[in-house]
Ligand binder design. Structure first.
Ligand code: ADE
Ligand code: ZN
Length: 332
């Protein structure tokens, strides 16, 4: 099974690039940039990675991102992620970035953006991995702040495929960002949003109806609402599920309690992703392996997740078909 997963071509559609910053690189960057860092050793950082909910994690995640200063820092972090993709046979990835985490510290939008984008180009050259960038708005901040970062992003519009919504979910429903997302769609961006991770099914309805999303990020709480499940199935709405993240942030107690297999069984378009792999204990293959083992998934169910990942991506029909044919060849 492990061997099958390692060979399987996969697309990753839910990955926060700032969440791929490994403690070792975090320390190197803190040193390189002369930052007086809260943590004094790699071990101390790793010890702090015990979370009881999303907010607990986000506090440390924003602290960690504080070591990213120069374009090269953003480039190095992104290239380190692409190396993991290459090792895990992730052949296509759609990467979230959080500009407000950086612009609010006085880092120019283009400094972070150019680092991400240059790495995407080099990953195509070095590894043949294709990618898109998705700009996320931090939902704990105001819609007005979101409009400000959108202005900064417009000169780079043709290099940003979609916009998303992340950070603290509960208390910050999608409806808070309706006007901003209307404007983003007018500008030609596709939209996605985190919903139904810790937040209730109503947030998923709002993401669909008000933000007109192409995908729901997480969405695991949809099973609490039968009518919602019916609609998600009918619309083949992708749910970018992140199993290790859900365990670390205590959305489910253990992997055996995870509902990934139930989502597939209901006919939902669910797929496995890593979310913030440096914080949650593993990249794509680790997520696939631990989920498949705990839930006793068949090869067909594992392959379904990978097929769903390409179907749900923003690749062209032709590119999707090519990758899906490669997966089907592995099943025969
Ligand atoms: N930002 C980084 N990871 C996140 C997650 N799992 N949920 C919401 N915001 C995030
Ligand atoms: Zn996420």
């Amino acid at each position: 099974m492990k061997e099958f997963i390692e060979k399987l071509p996969k697309a990753e559609l839910h990955l926060h690039i700032e969440g791929s910053l490994e403690p070792e690189l975090m320390f190197e960057l803190a040193k390189r940039n002369n930052i007086d860092f809260k943590f004094k050793s790699v071990e101390e950082v790793k010890k702090a990675y015990e979370f009881s909910n999303l907010q607990d994690f986000l506090d440390i995640y924003y602290e960690g991102a504080g070591v990213l200063i120069k374009e090269k820092d953003f480039y190095d972090m992104t290239m380190a992620y692409f190396k993991k993709c290459h090792e895990d046979r992730v052949v296509h990835t759609e990467i979230f970035f959080d500009p407000q985490t950086h612009t609010d510290r006085g880092i120019a939008f283009e400094t972070c953006f150019n680092g991400f984008h240059r790495a995407c180009e080099d990953a195509k050259k070095n590894y043949g991995i294709t990618s898109h960038l998705i700009m996320c708005f931090l939902r704990h901040l105001s819609e007005e702040e979101g409009f400000k970062v959108l202005e900064m992003a417009l000169p780079f519009k043709d290099k940003i495929k979609a916009v998303g919504l992340d950070s603290s979910e509960v208390g910050h429903p999608p409806s808070k960002f309706k006007n901003l997302f209307d404007k983003c769609r007018e500008e030609g961006f596709l939209t996605v949003a985190h919903a139904g991770e810790e937040g209730p099914p109503e947030y998923i309805w709002e993401a669909l109806d008000l933000l007109k999303v192409s995908r729901i990020d997480h969405g695991v709480r949809c099973l609490e609402d039968e009518k919602l499940v019916e609609r998600l199935v009918k619309e083949k709405m992708p749910l970018t599920v992140c199993p290790l993240s859900n365990i670390k942030l205590r959305v489910f107690n253990t992997m055996k309690d995870h509902n990934f297999k139930d989502l597939l069984a209901k006919g939902l378009n669910a797929l496995i992703n890593s979310d913030d792999p440096a914080y949650f204990g593993g990249y794509m293959n680790q997520n696939y392996i631990e989920t498949a083992q705990a839930l006793d998934m068949t090869k067909e169910e594992i392959a379904q997740s990978a097929i769903n990942s390409f179907e749900s991506s923003f690749l062209s029909r032709e590119e999707k078909d090519k990758h899906i044919a490669d997966i089907k060849a592995l099943l025969n």
